[in-house]
Design a protein around this ligand. Structure first.
Ligand SMILES: [Cu+2]
Length: 469
């Protein structure tokens, strides 16, 4: 151990073997790695230091935090601070995050690495960081009050441990957690295996993102932190469709996507056009014999799911949360279901009762995307996003996996919309006005024993309105 390392160890309160998190003194502050900040919301290319022998991850609409090597230790510097996150074009949220963004940058290391993370608190209240899923000394677990004193505003603490097992982890505060997570404080952590692992495939593309949710009234900027279930913004890495970048891959790539859920509800994540396997959780890689094909996997609160598939169908494949209200953006709506209701003449009367009421929904909600509806300042349309064939009528947790044969290896840039081979697009057909069925009823169908005289028709109209999604 050289002199500066010894000094650091003494000043930081870290002594051989007996680890506990501790405040950093003024003297050692001068020796900290300079914090790297980034406010750009574009997906950054993979961070691959020259000596890295792994395939780095790509964080959707995010980035990986550079480190500094010091005496064989990978040193990182996280700064907890208020940030402005553009969630979609025209919609900015005032959140809390790390190093200029919510979520914070991804931390990417290799199994066996000794990692030292400085955490500077620039929030107006105290915080801590819990390293979700990691094997580490108890005093590094980041639970304020239980395993360490909280990091008071203005203070810097240091965490140090060995990344003992390969896998996918998350980080988030464990101090005033409800507020701080509702404000967007979270990040991803990936530990690559040091040597080939029997349950961890080599992949060509490796993406990661966190599921987060917010309650932001249209026209306002700051999430309501007391909300328990009625969130209205469902995001991937604090972005909502059409603000979420597509996942661009080369035909026949083996693709891994790591998804962590730090919202307050579960999300069935669904991929079109391919089957995937869940190859890992935050507990580690799943045993290969336990895997089966899926097209949707539910990710519960506080869970990570790692999915893998061979991208062997070209096209623009939708990839989204299957809770349809999570693939929508906010709308200050108290709108009952109006499908089938004739509003003629009543719109004005309803407007007296519900001031913001608009005549809509009579033929479904799809019209919304084409109406020139006045939006309050600073929000995203409920259903939006222009595709090559018109509006996609989506929002929230929705993106596209773009599979292309001419996407170069390692190229993550966004290709043009898919150029469909001739004759492979669903299209309108010409037909008679009153098409006749081939036969009145299938000859093999069974007859009812007794046919009611009266036809009962049930008209369903939901009596209650709802807020948010
Ligand atoms: Cu969802």
């Amino acid at each position: 151990m050289n002199k500066s390392r010894r000094n650091f160890v003494r000043m930081a309160g870290i002594t051989g073997g007996a680890f506990s998190v501790a405040a950093v003194s003024k003297y050692t502050l001068a020796n900290l790695p300079e914090p790297v900040e980034r406010t750009d919301t574009n997906t950054q290319p993979p961070y691959q230091p020259e000596d890295a022998n792994y395939n780095p991850v790509v964080t959707l609409n995010g980035w990986t935090l550079p480190w500094r090597y010091k005496d064989g230790v990978k040193e990182f510097h996280l700064v907890a601070e208020p940030v402005v996150r553009e969630m979609a074009p025209g919609f900015k949220a005032h959140l809390w995050g790390y190093n200029g963004q919510s979520p914070g940058p991804t931390i990417e290391v290799v199994e066996g690495d000794r990692v030292r993370i400085f955490v500077t608190n620039k929030l107006p209240e105290r915080t801590s960081i819990h390293w979700h899923g990691q094997r580490l000394p108890n005093g590094m677990d980041g639970v304020s009050g239980l395993t360490q004193p909280a990091i008071e505003a203005g203070k810097t603490f240091v965490y140090e441990f060995v990344a003992r097992r390969p896998g996918t982890f998350m980080y988030h505060p464990h101090a005033d957690e409800m507020t701080q997570m509702a404000m967007g404080m979270m990040g991803f952590w990936v530990t690559h295996p040091k040597v080939p692992h029997p349950a961890i495939h080599k992949v060509d593309r490796d993406f990661c993102f966190l599921l987060s949710s917010y309650d932001i009234e249209p026209g306002s900027y700051t999430p309501k932190i007391m909300t328990m279930t009625d969130f209205n913004i469902w995001s991937w890495n604090s972005r909502v469709f059409p603000g979420i970048d597509s996942l661009n891959v080369r035909l026949n790539d083996r693709v891994r996507i790591r998804i962590g859920n730090l919202t307050m509800t579960n999300h069935p994540i669904h991929l079109h056009g391919h089957e995937f396997e869940v190859t890992g959780t935050d507990g580690g890689p799943t045993p290969p014999g336990s895997r089966w094909p899926e097209v949707t996997t539910d990710i519960a609160v506080g869970q990570m799911r790692q999915i893998e598939f061979i991208a062997n169908e070209e096209g623009d494949w939708a990839f989204h949360c299957h809770k349809s209200h999570h693939a929508m953006n906010a709308m200050g709506h108290n709108v009952p279901t109006l499908i089938g209701v004739d509003h003629r003449g009543v719109a004005e009367k309803i407007s007296d009762l519900i001031p913001d009421y608009m005549v809509m929904g009579e033929r479904g909600m799809g019209d919304m995307t084409e109406m020139e509806m006045p939006l309050p300042e600073n929000t995203a349309p409920m259903m939006t996003g222009d595709g090559p064939f018109g509006s996609v009528e989506m929002g929230g947790m929705f993106s596209v996996v773009k599979v292309r044969k001419d996407q170069a290896p390692g190229d993550y840039s966004n290709p043009e919309w898919f150029n469909h081979p001739e004759g492979t697009i669903s299209h309108e057909i010409e037909m008679d006005e009153n098409p006749r069925r081939e036969s009145d009823a299938g000859s093999g169908s069974m007859r009812l024993a007794k046919v009611s005289e009266e036809t009962i028709e049930v008209k369903v109209r939901k009596p209650k309105s709802h807020n948010g999604h």
